[in-house]
Ligand binder design. Structure first.
Ligand code: MG
Ligand code: MG
Length: 259
């Protein structure tokens, strides 16, 4: 049985959610052709530490950086690198924080300059599939309802869903039960309960859903080397609509960065 979070715990998760949301927005302001992901990682780490938190990914199972930086055919878990971003690239930025013993975890895929129409569609559909998943994250539903919502939406556009990785519960640990797959059958999987905090994070491929692990043991690439996108938000399950504990508003609404 998964224990729902107390309101005090949810508030700490919300504070972490705010910080990861604002960190992603700080990174997003700098995403442009010529910038390296190493530089973006430095900016994020400084921003997180300046707010009294710790970048939770750094050192997690030996991960070397504050952010996962996954460019183009890298689905998730890429290392920051010295290769400058190029016009037309996409970069998926995954950010984790630890503050007062609780975790924040969110991700956003940014276009670098102008991207082609198919890539723009991949980004839009992946983000929309996340919101479809959130709509299904209602107490009494099951994780399969979330997975079904994400999968049926994304596949409806001819895209494919990575199966090897999934969303998760979040709290004192970065990854808690239940697993939250991005595919599934309605009415199957773990039951969602009021006060359960979960990260929903569709990983959607422009081509086939096959992936492989790079030799560094971290970066997950698409087998066909077509682009993949990744968006992630943290929510608390409620009896009605789930409440977002992180947001893309700071990225998408100009001038709203205040801490
Ligand atoms: Mg994440
Ligand atoms: Mg996550």
């Amino acid at each position: 049985m998964i224990r729902p979070k107390t309101e005090e715990e949810i508030e700490l998760l919300r504070i972490n959610g705010e910080l990861v949301s604002k960190t992603l927005a700080e990174v997003g302001k700098l995403v442009a052709p010529g910038v390296t992901t190493v530089k973006l990682n430095e900016v994020a780490e400084t921003f997180i530490r300046d707010h009294g938190a710790v970048p939770s990914f750094k050192g997690f199972d030996g991960f070397p950086a504050a952010l996962c930086m996954s460019v183009n055919d890298v689905v998730v878990h890429g290392f920051p690198s010295d290769r400058p971003l190029e016009e037309g690239d996409i970069v998926s930025v995954d950010c984790g924080t630890l503050y007062k013993g609780y975790n924040g975890d969110s991700a956003y895929t940014f276009p670098v300059g102008e991207v082609d129409a198919e890539t723009r569609k991949l980004l839009d559909v992946t983000k929309a599939s996340l919101y479809k998943g959130i709509e299904a994250a209602v107490a009494g539903n099951r994780t399969g309802d979330i997975g079904y919502a994400v999968q049926s939406y994304a596949e409806g556009f001819g895209f494919s869903v990575v199966r090897e990785l999934e969303g998760h519960g979040v709290g004192k640990e970065m990854h808690e039960e239940p697993g939250v797959p991005n595919y599934g059958r309605r009415g199957h999987g773990a039951r969602l309960i009021d006060g359960m905090t979960i990260c929903i994070e569709p990983m959607i491929c422009a081509g086939g859903r096959g992936v492989y692990l790079a030799r560094n043991g971290w970066a997950v690439h698409t087998a066909d080397h077509k682009n993949a996108a990744h968006y992630e938000l943290t929510v608390v399950v409620r009896k009605g609509r789930a409440q977002q504990l992180s947001t893309f508003d700071y990225i998408e609404k100009d001038g709203s960065i205040k801490f």
